[in-house]
Write a new protein. Structure first.
Length: 229
């Protein structure tokens, strides 16, 4: 047994003398490869962690981001000054449908007095003051869900903005039809009177909802408005 061990040791030494260099080289390459793979894996993980976004649920229109910092991309050059480009702002995604004078604010679940009906009732939208015939715009990209006429509310246009966000325009003579797609700021109709709120004069009654719950359009859009005194 001892002799076999000695002979085995001798054979191993001869093998290493003849091929040891290549074995050692292979081991070094494997070790370097392992380090490289590990380093690349770590870099990939860091890159994915840094750039991945949370799975987006229904867009949170109640609290829009309107004051985002302006991200810039700087491109150095050896022949020209550095060029800076600015990414589109969140403000470009939403606009007011007309003017910025709020005649009557969102009731937020509290009864408000109706001058026309002379009673107290919920006011689930915002009334924007305007002039009859004034152009009404889509507040965001949308698909026209329905266009109807109501004896109390006049022309009604419902827009689907995706992510379970809907807007409903009351008191509008429509220039769009069901199934149309519209871009933010595109005309959808002109202002007319609302019979059940005629004491206020010509105005747009705008309602918005997310997941079926009414929200304040002014807060949802995040635009600057003025309130009538």
């Amino acid at each position: 047994m001892k002799k076999d061990t000695i002979n085995g040791t001798s054979r191993f030494k001869r093998f290493m003398n003849g091929r040891g260099f290549y074995v050692t080289l292979a081991a070094c390459l494997l070790a370097a490869g392992g380090i490289t793979v590990a380093t690349f894996g770590e870099a990939l993980f860091v890159s994915e962690s840094a750039t991945s976004q949370p799975e987006e649920g229904p867009r949170p229109v109640e609290q829009p981001v309107s004051d985002l910092p302006k991200p810039t991309t700087t491109v150095p050059t050896t022949t020209r000054p550095t060029t800076t480009t600015t990414a589109p702002q969140a403000a470009d995604l939403y606009v007011l449908p007309m003017g910025n004078l709020v005649q009557k604010p969102f009731g937020d679940g509290q009864p408000m007095y109706c001058e026309t009906m002379q009673d107290w009732r919920l006011h689930e939208g915002v009334d924007f003051a305007g002039e009859k015939g004034q152009t009404i715009k889509a507040l965001a990209d949308a698909t026209v869900v329905s266009v109807t006429e109501d004896p109390l509310w006049g022309g009604i246009i419902t827009l689907d903005h995706g992510m379970d966000v809907l807007s409903v325009y009351y008191g509008v003579a429509p220039t769009v039809k069901q199934g149309d797609t519209v871009k933010v700021g595109a005309p959808v109709g002109t202002l007319q009177e609302i019979p059940c709120e005629c004491a206020q004069g010509a105005h747009l009654h705008l309602e918005m909802s997310i997941d079926g719950s009414r929200v304040d359009p002014v807060k949802a859009l995040g635009r600057d408005v003025r309130y009538a005194e």
